[in-house]
Design a protein around this ligand. Structure first.
Ligand SMILES: [Zn+2]
Length: 232
């Protein structure tokens, strides 16, 4: 799923668990993708491309059993929940951040072609509802999802514009006939991974800034109380 729509999921989590600071929530919704970026750049996971890349479906997420598997996501989510609930005594954080982690794999299964393994040790069976096999429909549904998150959050108009523009900026990636920067990633999958890394940061940063006035959180006060336990 487009980075902006994973970022928009943080808006839902913030609305549901307003006391949880937004930066850990941002990390939770994209931690799986951050792992994917690093593992692709170091060559542990593999992405391949067609000789000519016209759209997203010419880029194949060939081997990503560690970052994107159902079992990996569940392990990370349970670990995060346990650390925050039991060790740090922040049960609401634990639940919210675990939901953030799981949201990523759920949204990816809903959009990807069948490229998501059930576990790192079971590479054969792959999940994915295949929305990306019809890229233009994927863009439409993804954009509606991002707008839905904005609506649920009751964000500003600037935030709405950012979510829509960020989705539409990827139009060439979702269209076989519209040329765009995706063509430069033919045979350069690691460059694509680095691009995704930057894309994630820009998406999170934009949502962070434009939703700032309406975050339902105690923000810095919460972070301070975490860093300085005696102030709890
Ligand atoms: Zn992903």
């Amino acid at each position: 799923m487009n980075a902006i729509n994973h970022a928009a999921t943080a808006l839902l989590i913030n609305r549901k668990w307003p006391g949880v600071p937004i930066i850990p929530v941002f990390i939770s919704v994209q931690v799986i993708e951050f792992i994917w970026v690093v593992l692709n750049i170091v060559g542990v996971e593999t992405t391949t491309t067609e000789p000519v890349v016209r759209a997203l479906n010419d880029i194949h997420l060939t081997h990503m059993p560690y970052s994107h598997s159902v079992v990996t996501a569940v392990i990370i989510a349970v670990a995060v929940w346990w650390v925050f609930s039991s060790v740090l005594n922040r049960p609401a954080w634990g639940v919210a951040l675990a939901v953030g982690v799981l949201s990523h794999i759920i949204l990816d299964i809903a959009t990807h072609v069948q490229d998501i393994a059930i576990s790192p040790w079971n590479g054969s069976a792959k999940l994915g509802l295949g929305l990306y096999s019809v890229p233009s429909l994927a863009l439409l549904i993804e954009t509606f999802y991002g707008v839905g998150c904005w609506w649920f959050f009751r964000g500003t108009r600037k935030l709405l514009a950012f979510i829509i523009v960020f989705n539409l900026a990827a139009l060439s990636f979702y269209s076989l006939s519209i040329p765009g920067p995706e063509q430069f990633f033919a045979g350069r999958a690691q460059l694509f991974a680095a691009f995704v890394g930057v894309h994630i940061m820009v998406g999170l940063g934009g949502v962070g800034v434009l939703a700032h006035s309406r975050w339902r959180t105690l923000g810095s006060a919460k972070v301070l109380s975490y860093l300085l336990p005696e102030s709890r």
